[in-house]
Design a protein. Structure first.
Length: 263
């Protein structure tokens, strides 16, 4: 695991965007196959998306041969609902870059057979040979996508029930009323994420400090699904200084020194 510590959120997002753009460009030089990119929603990746949009408009990266798979979607929200993740991704990213519409894949939370929809999604990922790079974030309790604490670390895409903590945190998008937040979501599994050739998590803010500590310094623990990244052979954590607040001094110094020049 490589932990890239930046001074603030903006610097963290800039590093992550450049890293993703470089990965897309590197594959384009050696293969005609599309670059397969996993993507999250939430507040953490917004800065990354903003910079990727800027790079795309400046001609520094193209998404014409990129296929995307989003992490999750609420059950019961149609695409046009302003809090659906389909809407979020188009509003904040896809509508502003040169990606073909047919290359965008998002789970359908309105599917009649949710289990079948999840199986279809896993099969489609496999049809591309897996995901090249999965960008992700973390909840304050260390969950990845909607894989809440105690989700199996080998889980695949499926239907997930959301915890009270998640409902409360996400209620800010639903008029601060947890009762209005969908109680279920479709989500890729921890195993789905960890099968990717590369995983890059962005973690920012003091409120995520405990999750970052468990990710880096704790054992591999089903209670902290983020800790599964310890077993990945090509995992990056990009974080800002406030997120490092609970790390041991020597841990902080180690990553700050060793990966200070990481591209």
């Amino acid at each position: 695991m490589k932990v890239i510590i930046k001074n603030d959120y903006d610097a963290m997002c800039e590093w992550a965007a450049k890293h993703i753009a470089a990965a897309i460009g590197a594959k384009a030089k050696t293969s005609k196959e599309p670059f397969v990119l996993g993507l999250p929603t939430g507040s953490s990746p917004l800065g990354v998306y903003k910079r990727l949009i800027e790079m795309n408009k400046a001609g520094k990266v193209s998404f014409k041969n990129v296929v995307t798979f989003n992490m999750d979607e609420y059950v019961g929200l149609p695409h046009e609902h302003e809090q659906s993740y389909w809407y979020f991704m188009h509003d904040n990213f896809f509508d502003h870059i040169d990606i073909p519409a047919e290359n965008v894949n998002i789970l359908n939370g309105m599917a009649k057979d949710l289990e079948k929809e999840c199986a279809r999604y896993e099969a489609k990922i496999a049809s591309y040979g897996g995901i090249d790079l999965f960008l992700g974030g973390s909840g304050v309790d260390g969950h990845i996508a909607f894989n809440e604490p105690f989700t199996s670390l080998t889980s695949r895409t499926g239907v997930r029930g959301l915890t009270t903590d998640t409902l409360i945190v996400n209620s800010r998008f639903f008029g601060n009323d947890p009762e209005k937040v969908p109680k279920k979501a479709l989500s890729v599994g921890v195993g789905t994420v960890c099968d990717s050739k590369e995983v890059l998590l962005v973690i920012n803010g003091h409120q995520k400090a405990r999750a970052l500590r468990h990710c880096i310094e704790g054992g591999v623990d089903q209670a902290w699904t983020i800790s599964a990244l310890q077993l990945h052979q090509n995992a990056y954590i990009a974080c800002d200084e406030p997120a490092c607040g609970e790390l041991k001094v020597d841990t902080y110094k180690f990553f700050k020194e060793v990966y200070k020049n990481e591209k």
